[in-house]
Design a protein around this ligand. Sequence first.
Ligand code: NAD
Ligand code: GLY
Length: 368
Amino acid sequence: MAVIPVAIAGAPYEVRIGSGLLAGLVEQCRGKLRKRRVQIVTDAHVHAAWGAVVEHALHEGGHEAAWRIVPAGEASKSWEQLAATVDWLLAEEVERGDHILALGGGVIGDLTGFAAAILKRGCQFIQLPTTLLAQVDSSVGGKTAINTAAGKNLVGAFHQPALVLADLAVLDTLPRRELLAGYAEVVKYGLLGDAEFFGWCDANGAAMLDGDPALREYAVAHSVAAKARIVAADERETKGLRALLNLGHTFGHALEAQCGFSDRLLHGEAVALGMVLAARFSATRGLLPRASADHIARHFAELGMVSEVAALGLNCDGQTLTRHMLHDKKMDAGTLPFVLLRGLGEAFLARDVALHEVAAFLDAELAR
Ligand code: NAD
Ligand code: GLY
């Protein structure tokens, strides 16, 4: 098992990564499950795949599981599910010192984390991430949120978990498409600050995705360690460091919005395409060799991922896409900062990007 400390001032915690952690849940959570009854929020897919393992582990450890099972999918990050989850936790008489379990992908982590943040002005919660994306990104760092009619993740809080248990065994039941989407966030850590790790992805990504256990542990642990360093130094995204984690997200978010935040394009797929676009845009600005940008696209294509925006068949122009960017929550005094690349492994925040420049670039990409 790998153990990565997340050294957030005032709220440090561990991310433990290994196979079989859910089966050993009670031992892993020693000192945290204070009462017989334990509240777990999950979604229907995850409950079907892993509910029995968690139920059995709790039962063996002398606990009783209380489940809240929400529908699988992004739509559960809603006011309605938040209210119903908080009401359920209140009815369960959860106290501030109790630990609520969030068993699922980024949707469950974000919803449960936000519920924990506002319940009694802040309760404890434990992340049990079950997607690759959640293990390497969303379960770490304390961003929690729901979506509203105005957009994605616009209402939320910073609220750190008390512990993260990333059980690598859960990835065995994850659909391949979801695994690949999460892999985009793994590659992100290489591209934004660690060229050697991008090289590792080039050499080992395919075998890791095919299930090699040692490679999986390395990919998750290395990604979590990178994220832990960043969030410990800039928890609230005020110092220009955590913002680098948004590499590919501004372009990606516009593509997701154009696809109606539907299954047509998963978040991680949009991030992969977004990173290709950020790299190509950096190349058009003379910051990065064009061959390096194409290298990223080739890396995703070789794994069977969509790597060209033109392949999405969006039937829109560049300006339509940049219009979605106007609602980005990173917008600051009329300027949208973009994470660009000076090299593979060298991201920086550019504050001088005009949206008409981006629109013209996207027109060319859409017509490729
Ligand atoms: P998700 O939670 O919707 O999970 C994807 C699908 O896989 C769902 O259908 C789910 O039921 C299923 N699933 C999950 N684990 C499974 C397993 N082990 N076996 C079988 N099926 C399983 O999606 P996601 O990609 O994990 O997360 C996306 C969300 O994360 C978005 O809402 C995004 O905004 C958010 N996010 C948050 C942060 C953050 O820092 N808080 C970072 C990145 C993304
Ligand atoms: N996923 C981006 C962040 O946690 O800041």
